[in-house]
Ligand binder design. Structure first.
Ligand SMILES: [Zn+2]
Length: 130
């Protein structure tokens, strides 16, 4: 994906979350850019239906499937527009290189957001919230 696609997706996915959160996320994206990193918003607002679908992953009897969330519908801050997930784009592809994601925590602290990587029972490194 190119930088235009990333910009468009980021604008669209930050358009329906809490405006203060959106502003802080734009600041994170700018901080990342200033350090030579490219961030894409993979999730902003999430419907209750989609939340329940995610909750079922790892709990529906599919062998070796891992849980992706402990939150049911209404329990995730994504359902209330107060959480955003980021991914790094490296050479046009999304990268899940764990080392990169420590930066999200650093940037979240700079702009005053909580980071999912600080959670005790379920670490969520791409996740930031108000
Ligand atoms: Zn999240």
């Amino acid at each position: 994906m190119n930088s235009e696609t990333i910009k468009r997706q980021n604008a669209s996915r930050l358009s329906n979350v809490n405006p203060i959160l959106a502003e802080k996320c734009r600041a994170i994206i700018a901080l990342a850019e200033s350090e030579g990193f490219s961030l894409i918003v993979t999730c902003g607002f999430r419907s209750n239906k989609e939340q329940n679908r995610l909750y079922s992953i790892g709990r529906r009897g599919v062998p070796d499937e891992k849980k992706v969330t402990n939150a049911r519908a209404g329990q995730s801050n994504h359902n209330h527009g107060t959480a955003v997930d980021f991914a790094f784009v490296v050479n046009g592809e999304i990268s899940w290189n764990a080392k990169l994601y420590q930066n999200i925590g650093r940037w979240a602290k700079i702009v005053g957001l909580s980071w999912g990587g600080d959670w005790r029972d379920f670490k969520d490194y791409p996740h930031v919230e108000l």
